[in-house]
Design a protein around this ligand. Structure first.
Ligand code: 5GP
Length: 214
């Protein structure tokens, strides 16, 4: 199954689930196999964020023009800002056989699945609400209001978890294990028959001569 297309893997999780750290670990442990899609957004850059590396920072008019031009694989509105996945980059990498990771929120993830049923949707979560809350508090950077609003949002998001293909636990301090679990899931996806067309075809050709009566 050489020359196989890459796997489109979507990773989502509650705010505070640690998905960013896990994705970073996955990319550093398997640098040749994966690349991360850089999204476009209309939100302002945070300190230290670099245009083109963390996000493509666009103004609203530019973002909406690109929507009109069909340049996003998916986009969503999240906390009053647009976020979207540029299409060309993703398709180029997949065609080169490189798997692409989208770290996006749930509405976008479901749109990707609609458009690409073969995409694998992975939801990363701490095992308990206590752990989720402790992590949100442990960051030490958010106000009580922000923490409570993130937990309220998680309470809405939990309703969509069963639309994902896999749930992966991110247990305290076990980042490498969590990243490895995601890697194994993606490796298994590659074995799905939907990607086996070329192999099946070459076996069929090779076996044609042995068909009864030929
Ligand atoms: P933040 O503003 O904290 O960087 O991201 C807010 C949320 O938007 C996160 O859940 C993040 O995963 C999600 N997000 C980032 N890029 C995209 C994108 O291209 N599409 C969608 N649908 N969500 C995104």
């Amino acid at each position: 199954m050489n020359n196989q297309r890459g796997i489109l893997a979507v990773i989502s999780g509650f705010s505070g689930a640690g998905k960013g750290t896990v994705v970073k670990e996955l990319l550093s442990a398997h640098a040749q196999e994966y690349c991360l899609s850089v999204s476009a957004t209309t939100r302002s850059p945070r300190e230290g964020e670099v245009d083109g590396k963390h996000y493509f920072f666009l103004d609203k008019a530019d973002f909406e023009r690109r929507i009109g031009e069909g340049r996003f694989l998916e986009y969503a509105c999240y906390v009053d800002n647009y976020y979207g996945t540029p299409k060309d980059f993703v398709y180029d990498k997949l065609n080169q056989g490189i798997s692409v990771i989208l770290e996006i929120e749930i509405q976008g993830a479901l749109k990707v699945k609609e458009r690409h049923p073969e995409a694998v949707l992975i939801f990363v979560t701490p095992p308990t609400v206590e752990e989720l809350e402790a992590r949100l508090r442990g960051r030490g950077t958010e106000t009580e209001d922000v923490i409570l609003s993130r937990l309220a949002r998680a309470a809405e998001e939990v309703e969509y978890m069963n639309k994902y293909d896999y749930i992966v636990l991110n247990e305290n301090g076990k980042i490498a294990e969590c990243a490895e679990m995601i890697h194994r899931i993606i490796e298994s996806e590659k074995r799905k028959t939907v990607y086996g067309g070329e192999l099946i075809e070459s076996l069929r050709e090779g076996l044609a001569a042995y068909k009864k009566g030929e």
